[in-house]
Design a binder for this molecule. Structure first.
Ligand SMILES: Nc1ncnc2c1ncn2[C@@H]1O[C@H](COP(=O)(O)OP(=O)(O)OP(=O)(O)O)[C@@H](O)[C@H]1O
Length: 350
């Protein structure tokens, strides 16, 4: 994989085994990562973001499993079908990743440098010196003293430093697909802005396809070209970031945006979304998963899966939006008919 790959997630469902049986954490997701773009996946805790990210590496662990669907990655094929050595090679070399727990995922007994060399060797990197150079360079760009960090053990690094080490490890093997799960959560606002700028720079320089998972719409607004909003294991809205954030159509996306505290203006303007997101056991088995918290709820939302409404690349799954689009279509058709009739009458008179 020498250049930014495209990724197509088709009808992906992932379940976790619970005392109440296997329950879906991700259900019927379709998502495309366009080569060379940064896609942000956003949603509240428990919406299935990390499960989706793990699926891209076919790394969902028991008690979870990918129940159905595919994840086609250019140059790799359907990773859901990959196993053993092929999968091990793909991870790291072709797909760089930093998981949410990255802050704690370093080996406490080894220095960062030793772990970097282990990573290089396990992926058969020939030039380990170049690997170390690249690692130092990446750490330096993220505001750290590279040589010192490589000489350190996990306990000698702060949470924010570990997070940056995680990002370095995701990028250092030069993978062209990079998955970053909550890359900036442990960081203060200023460091967060720096890291997001660097993610963007490295993404552009190296020609990557990048997926950023976050609960923070601000992160998506800053870094992502495209965005997918998740709720209850579904993608409820997706499209170009600026368009979606500028005029969100799904009531959940609208609620998320209203809930952002504003730095200027009336602080009272920020309104938290009422209610709580569902857990595995409370996600409705049929109908719209968001209906419990939705002010546009209709009878049909109880029983029917929301239809997908597409406007170019912008996709929304919502009964209310579909009904509104249908009303708009009817009004337009009636208008067109009136004009055609008037035109016909004029012609007959003439
Ligand atoms: N190992 C597991 N066993 C059982 N249920 C799980 C497991 N991992 C995740 N889940 C459940 O699956 C659902 C989706 O979890 P996931 O971590 O993917 O969501 P998320 O959006 O990434 O949330 P967060 O931001 O809190 O990590 C949640 O209801 C969660 O409780």
């Amino acid at each position: 994989m020498k250049q930014a790959p495209g990724v197509r997630v088709n009808d992906l469902s992932v379940v976790y085994r619970t005392p109440a049986g296997e329950l879906p954490a991700v259900a019927g997701i379709d998502l495309e990562l366009v080569p060379g773009t940064i896609t942000g996946v956003v949603g509240e805790s428990g919406s299935g973001k990390s499960t989706l990210a793990l699926s891209l590496l076919n790394a969902v662990q028991p008690p979870g499993r990918i129940r159905s669907g595919s994840v086609e990655i250019d140059g790799l094929g359907d990773v859901v079908q990959l196993g053993g050595n092929d999968l091990r090679k793909a991870r790291g070399r072709h797909i760089g990743y930093v998981f949410q727990a990255a802050q704690n995922s370093l080996n406490p007994l080894k220095t960062v440098g030793k772990q970097l060399l282990d990573l290089g060797r396990s992926h058969e990197v020939d030039d380990l010196r170049a690997l170390v150079r690249d690692a130092k360079d990446l750490l330096g760009r993220m505001g750290l003293d590279g040589a010192r960090v490589l000489d350190s053990h996990q306990h000698e690094l702060s949470g924010g430093m570990r997070q940056r080490v995680g990002i370095m490890l995701a990028l250092v093997l030069n993978a062209h697909l990079v998955v970053l799960d909550e890359p900036t959560t442990a960081l203060d606002m200023i460091t967060q802005a720096t890291i997001l700028r660097i993610i963007r720079e490295v993404h552009t320089e190296r020609g990557l396809t990048t997926l950023v998972i976050t609960h923070d719409l601000g992160v998506v607004a800053e870094v992502a070209d495209r965005l997918a909003v998740m709720y209850g294991g579904r993608v409820v809205e997706q499209g170009p970031t600026m368009e979606v954030l500028g005029a969100p159509r799904h009531p959940y996306t609208q609620g998320l945006i209203r809930a952002i505290p504003r730095l200027v203006g009336d602080i009272g303007e920020a309104r938290a979304l009422p209610g709580r997101p569902p857990t595995l056991g409370t996600i409705p088995a049929r109908g719209c998963v968001f209906r419990e918290r939705c002010h546009l709820r209709m009878d049909v939302c109880e029983t029917e899966e929301p239809p997908v409404v597409a406007r170019g690349e912008w996709i929304v799954a919502c009964h209310a939006v579909a009904a509104e689009a249908e009303r708009g279509r009817r009004t337009a058709a009636a208008g067109a008919q009136r004009v055609a009739k008037a035109h016909g009458a004029e012609r007959r008179q003439g």
